[in-house]
Design a protein around this ligand. Structure first.
Ligand code: DX5
Ligand code: ZN
Length: 225
């Protein structure tokens, strides 16, 4: 049966020297692969170079969900779509022309998504509700894996779910998702979950993904704010 939720493992903290085998470990049980791109300017960390990203995108058996934490997302968003990512997320804080960038990502064949840092409010971006394929509500400050889940973001998740209404827009959360927190985010209305350290720090990453999915599937979102 098709799952009611999506689990996207993040390889930010996986073994970068052996990245395709790290992806292989989760490829049978995941929906997308979450690829964090950090330029060291938008957030205080770097991740993969363009060449490393291309190697991952072309070698991944899973469709790639690129999360761009870069200052020139208007340029890089469409480039990651053209490179073969099936979903490209740009941050509202660094995208200068959101409408045009969403259009350019879609015209290069990818789903287009908008991410909000913890301080950004969803109400500011309701103009884009009829354009985007996904919203990403960050549940940590962008930059690093292994940070604590910010439960105070659940109001924003609920509001976003409410604003989405009947539109087929996915609602992703990213940061601190684990067995202890996934049900909280699902109850608030998220349906797409990024998990990094919970997956790659576990002895059996595939089993962890199955466990996360089972927890999210058994939780009913509380809709109607
Ligand atoms: C943080 C990244 C996340 C990170 C999540 O800036 O966007 O995708 O890899 O890692 P965990 O699940 O460990 O918080
Ligand atoms: Zn991410």
């Amino acid at each position: 049966m098709k799952s009611s939720v999506r689990i996207h493992p993040s390889i930010l903290n996986a073994d970068h020297s052996n990245i395709l085998s790290e992806i292989e470990r989760v490829s049978k049980v995941s929906d997308f692969l979450h690829l964090d791109i950090l330029d060291g300017k938008f957030a205080p960390n770097t991740s993969f170079t363009w060449e490393q990203a291309l190697h991952i995108i072309s070698g991944s058996p899973l469709p790639v969900d690129a999360h761009l934490m870069v200052i020139d997302s208007d340029v890089q968003g469409p480039q990651y779509a053209e490179a073969g990512c099936k979903s490209v997320t740009v941050h509202v804080e660094s995208t200068k022309d959101i409408k045009r960038t969403i259009r350019n990502i879609k015209s290069n064949g990818a789903r287009a998504s908008l991410a909000l840092k913890p301080a950004s409010q969803i109400e500011t971006y309701i103009d884009h509700l009829d354009d985007v394929d996904m919203f990403l509500i960050m549940t940590v400050e962008p930059g690093f894996g292994g940070q604590s889940f910010m439960s105070e973001m659940m109001d924003k998740v609920s509001k976003t779910r409410h604003l989405i209404g009947d539109r087929p827009i996915w609602l992703q959360v990213d940061g601190g998702i684990s067995k202890a927190t996934i049900e909280i985010a699902r109850a608030a209305g998220a349906d797409t979950f990024v998990a990094g350290s919970a997956v790659y720090k576990s002895d059996d990453p595939a089993e962890m993904i199955n466990a996360l999915r089972a927890l999210a599937e058994r939780t009913k979102p509380v809709i109607g704010v």
